[in-house]
Ligand binder design. Structure first.
Ligand code: NDP
Length: 276
């Protein structure tokens, strides 16, 4: 019998990663056998880890915090999404070349549009945060033709650099905590604030009664952003569990050429006690 293909998810820390469980669930939908392992890799060790994995015949690697930007510089080919974000979360081999993509943005868009039923077209969108996750989602969000995208971040220069990624599009910068002249239809929390239980500095007037609030972070309990959103009057509030599964599904498709059913895996994760 042929040996199962081997995949890694690499990051630091990595213990909490749900990716092996998600990819094994996808593989079992097609009665496939894969080997998908967690690898703790620091930024300093990434170059060596990548060349060793390639030499050993790895089929694919997912990169998570803090490796996505570093990995961008170590691969041979970038998809349009990876080139825009200058960060990669999925790689695979094509002949001698290491190819890369960034599936975070398409994962978010699919969760919003397919699972939650919220379209981005013609919407006023606020992106809170300007780190790696915000960079990963901006291109795919703009592809859905929102009427306006506003970026707000504690460190203003990073919002300015993020908006500069799309100079021909309507991307504005709002200072952290500044009042917006009009409320938003969709607020995407791309900060890591929920990881430390802190609330965002976003004015309550940013919300109208139909505003959808989405936290890229996730956990078993409501995140601090979700709690804030409910408190200031939002009723459509979601976390990033669906995005986690959808970005993994896109990586699975890039590796295997088949698209898994994400709904049962999202349901399974919702029932599981995922650490915050
Ligand atoms: P980064 O470290 O690259 O960026 C962190 C962001 O949070 C920056 O904008 C930073 O602002 C902001 N921030 C951190 N602390 C504070 C604070 N005290 N006050 C205000 N702003 C703060 O992280 P990522 O972009 O990679 O990840 C962000 C979040 O998205 C994480 O929680 C991660 O788990 C989640 N994520 C979820 C995914 C999913 O599939 N659901 C996929 C990818 C990420 P500043 O620039 O000022 O430092």
């Amino acid at each position: 019998m042929a040996k199962p293909k081997r995949f890694y998810v690499a990051g630091d820390p990595i213990k909490h990663s749900q990716s092996p469980m998600i990819h094994n669930e996808f593989a079992s939908q097609f009665k496939m056998s894969i080997e998908y392992l967690k690898m703790e890799v620091s930024k300093n060790d990434l170059r060596q880890f990548l060349s060793k994995s390639v030499a050993e015949g790895i089929s694919g690697i997912n990169f998570t915090l803090p490796l996505k930007e570093e990995a961008y510089h170590l691969v041979d080919k970038h998809s349009r999404r990876a080139a825009f974000a200058r960060a990669v979360n999925t790689i695979w081999m094509s002949g001698e070349d290491v190819c890369s993509d960034n599936t975070d943005g398409i994962g978010l868009v699919r969760d919003l549009e397919k699972n939650i039923g919220v379209s981005l077209g013609n919407k006023r969108v606020l992106i809170a945060g300007a780190g790696g996750a915000a960079r990963g989602i901006l291109g795919p969000v703009l592809d859905q033709l929102p009427s306006l995208v506003t970026v707000t971040n504690r460190t203003r220069e990073r919002s300015v650099s993020l908006s500069a990624l799309a100079p021909k599009k309507n991307v504005q910068v709002l200072d952290w905590g500044e009042e917006s002249p009009e409320p938003f239809d969709l607020i995407l929390n791309c900060t890591s604030l929920s990881l430390s239980g802190k609330e965002p500095n976003i004015k309550e007037s940013s919300i109208h009664k139909g505003t959808v609030c989405y936290d890229l972070s996730y956990g078993h309990d409501l995140t601090s952003f979700e709690k804030w959103a409910f408190r200031v009057g939002a009723t459509s509030v979601f976390n990033g569990l669906g995005m986690l599964v959808e970005q993994a599904a896109e990586a699975f498709y890039l590796w295997h050429g088949i698209f898994p059913d994400t709904a049962p895996v999202i349901e399974m994760l919702k029932r599981k006690n995922i650490p915050d």
